[in-house]
Ligand binder design. Structure first.
Ligand code: UT7
Length: 333
């Protein structure tokens, strides 16, 4: 039997209409546009500010577009994986809500939580499901409503994040395209440095947790920055080396969009010029699980069949990695 590869056959995305500027953030905490642009590289981010809407709203908008673009009937989807750290509820899963709203009732669905590396891990999982021959159409969503866990009076975290979601369709092919290799790692050392301290089973919601503002993102940025640069760079170098990839044959690098300085450091280590590195951090900020598929959504028209792409991510846990994929189709008309 011919080897099956798992290839992305389409992308859909959604970002909320509301644009939150650096100047507006500067009215809520002690920061300004210049600091945010030079230290992080974010000009603005989108915020889902309609009451009663959560991550599944953005995810289902993204998946609806994906189904339209790929001409897929909802009943033909076999599985839906949703990478998110800000699910609508602790349970049921956000993926199950998406399935219900879009009528994909021949599929099973589950969420994956690996913070900012969630979509990369979910993609690898979907690739395994497709490569084994048992799944024909797997939807992989990455999305977060980070504004739901941000303290807008905290200048160390509030400028960084934004809301958004995107989704890809993963299908089998016998062509030499799609998911080629992945190096994914989690070390468990990140807990003190990047965590939402309350709301889980260790510290369920209480007056104490509310009063002490423990339901927001807590980040020790400088430490996270160092680990992010080292681990993303090392994993990219490893993936490049074991697949004989270098500036001559790498078409694009798609890094997690957390900080432009991290992105530039990764590009430097790979010895790839910045014009091969796809960046939209200035427009959306860090949408956590959403960053990598949102880059695909934004730059889809620039990608060509056979393009060699390296993805890399880093997030809470710490959880990080890099993957190598050959793009599966030419720009759609
Ligand atoms: O996606 C998950 C993974 N997360 C990441 O990859 C994030 C990694 N970390 C970062 O991107 C950066 O560390 C931050 C953007 C969070 C912070 O940038 P930094 O260059 O590491 O700043 P810093 O924390 O070292 O702070 C430098 C100075 C400090 O002032 P002093 O002590 O030098 O007087 C901070 O108080 O900048 C100050 N500062 C700010 N000033 C204006 C920190 N945040 C702000 C701010 N506006 N928003």
């Amino acid at each position: 039997m011919e080897k099956l590869h798992a290839v992305i056959t389409g992308v859909g995305g959604f970002v909320p209409d509301y644009v939150l500027t650096n100047d507006e953030i500067g009215q809520m905490c002690d920061t300004n546009d210049e600091w945010i642009m030079t230290r992080i590289g974010i000009k603005e981010r989108r915020i889902l500010n309609e009451e009663g809407l959560g991550t599944s709203y953005m995810a289902r908008k993204a998946v609806r577009q994906l189904l339209e673009r790929t001409g897929t009937a909802p009943l033909d989807v076999d599985a839906v994986l949703c990478a998110t750290t800000t699910p609508d509820y602790h349970f049921p899963s956000t993926a199950s809500i998406v399935i219900g709203k879009l009528g994909m009732t021949n599929a099973h669905a589950f969420d994956m939580q690996a913070a900012c590396s969630g979509w990369l891990y979910a993609m690898n999982q979907a690739a395994c499901m497709v490569e084994c021959g048992r799944y024909k159409k797997v939807v992989v969503i990455g999305g977060d409503k980070m504004s739901s866990i941000l303290d807008f009076t905290d200048r160390q975290t509030s400028p960084i994040f934004g809301d958004g979601a995107a989704a890809v369709m993963v299908e089998p092919t016998t062509e030499d395209l799609g998911w080629q290799d992945a190096y994914l790692r989690t070390d468990g050392q990140g807990l003190p440095f990047l965590v939402q301290k309350a709301g889980g089973s260790v510290a369920p919601p209480s007056y104490f947790t509310l009063e002490h503002r423990l339901h927001y993102v807590h980040q020790e940025g400088r430490t996270v920055f160092k680990f992010a640069v080292t681990n993303m760079s090392d994993s990219c170098a490893l993936i490049a080396e074991r697949n004989a990839l270098n500036n001559d044959n790498i078409s694009w690098v798609i890094p997690h969009q957390a900080n432009i300085r991290i992105i530039e450091a990764v590009a430097k280590r790979l010895e790839v010029p910045m014009d091969k590195v796809l960046v939209n951090i200035h427009r959306y900020g860090n949408t956590s699980s959403g960053t990598l598929p949102l880059v695909l959504w934004d730059f889809e028209r620039q990608l060509h069949k056979g393009d060699n792409i390296i993805f890399t991510s880093f997030g809470a846990g710490f959880a990080w990695g890099a993957a190598y994929m050959k793009w599966g189709y030419d720009p759609k008309k």
